[in-house]
Design a protein around this ligand. Sequence first.
Ligand code: 4AD
Length: 443
Amino acid sequence: MVVDNVLLLKYSFNYVEPIMDGDIGLRICGWIIRLKIVGKVVIIEVSGNTSVKPYVLVLKKNREPELFEKAKKLSIGTALCFEGEKSPVQKSKRGVEYIVRKLEIYSEPLEPLPVDTVGKVPALLDTRIKYRYLLVRNPVEKAVFRIRAGIIEAARQYFNNNGFIEIHTPKIVAAGAEGGATLFPIQYFDNKAYLSQSPQLYKQMLIAGFPRVFEITPYFRAEKFNTTRHLNESWGIDAEQGFINGVEDVLNTLEDLIVYINDYIRKNYVEEQEILGTEIEKLEKPFKRLRFEEAIDLLRSEGLEVSEGEDLSDAAEKKLGEIMEEKGYKIYFIIGFPWQSTGFYYMREEDGYHTRKFDLDYKGLEIASGGQREHRYDKLVSALKDKGLNPEDFAFYLEAFKYGMPPHGGFGLGIERLMMKMLGLENIREAILFVRDRTRLIP
Ligand code: 4AD
């Protein structure tokens, strides 16, 4: 039985917990989230690493008298490791039950925990954010952040399978790509610098030598408003690919990536979905391509006042989400944004009005944007001027376009926004461990 456990766990696909070879079987570590004494039995639930559900330790007075006495006195929050084996009888629905052979106590809490790490997570988001480091012991919060890790793992797998090289670009930069209004200035010795809003300029520069790149990266943005969909430090999955035949190549990559992530999480995070009480819907290719003008017409037909030359407001995006959902589209691209509404680096169509910029909206929320870039040096210089920017400030970037820059395009996908829609989270702050917003700089 014990030997079976060792073999099973050592070679099982999901098994990552440290294990001890030898007579004992396995060793699992974690924190007590619930402790119950029922007559001559102590039942302890331990929040660990491998499983989102707790490990249920069953200690019987007549089977392991010394351990029973020791366990009885423990309190919620204690950090411990145990050695033992899976119980042949599995009574608990809350997690897998174990017979314990050895208990090692590492640290007991100095005072009662300020939040419940086992029941419903607190309704107040403020409390959840403040005590996130404790609440990740709670199966609900644990499930959310295990899925977050899964999304990143799936993205890496997708890119590695498709010839993309992982890159790291500077987060302290001299110029922003996404407009001056959301730049965080910092003092960099004698120079003024900024926190990077996006790897945009650097990922494009690397297309001069790496045909396909990706980066999993923070975005720092001095967003002025406190909304449920904006953070000041958020994370993105960015990609850029060269030698493309048009923006459709980029749409296809993003679509494939999203479907890959969706399948991966649906398949590998079944227990997490169960804990969250949600079944993630399957996303199928191809995603609907909606032209920007079509989106405007749809919104106007519902009585919304929208301007043709500007990006869609949050309210317009939300409304469009409702209209599209009624038509059976949960996820859709909006393509062909007008030049007036975009960053300088997007390729302009011949008509001078439209660009090859797109957004990807999921149930009324923009989760990604991207497009084909301008790779022709002269046109890029004119575009900068047209947007009122000084080409000298972007000289380091423009240089890279002088020596054989191929046609290219890419996208930035917001990880927290994807999680919001995938898991039905109301507030973006539920999707990031430590929140940076207008009022939060700690913890
Ligand atoms: O639409 P954005 O600003 O596009 C770019 O950064 C381009 N450089 C991408 C490209 O390759 N062309 O940001 C990309 C995505 C958004 O769609 C959104 O999901 C997320 O990043 N995002 C934010 N998420 C939360 N809070 C914020 N303040 C965000 N800003 C952007």
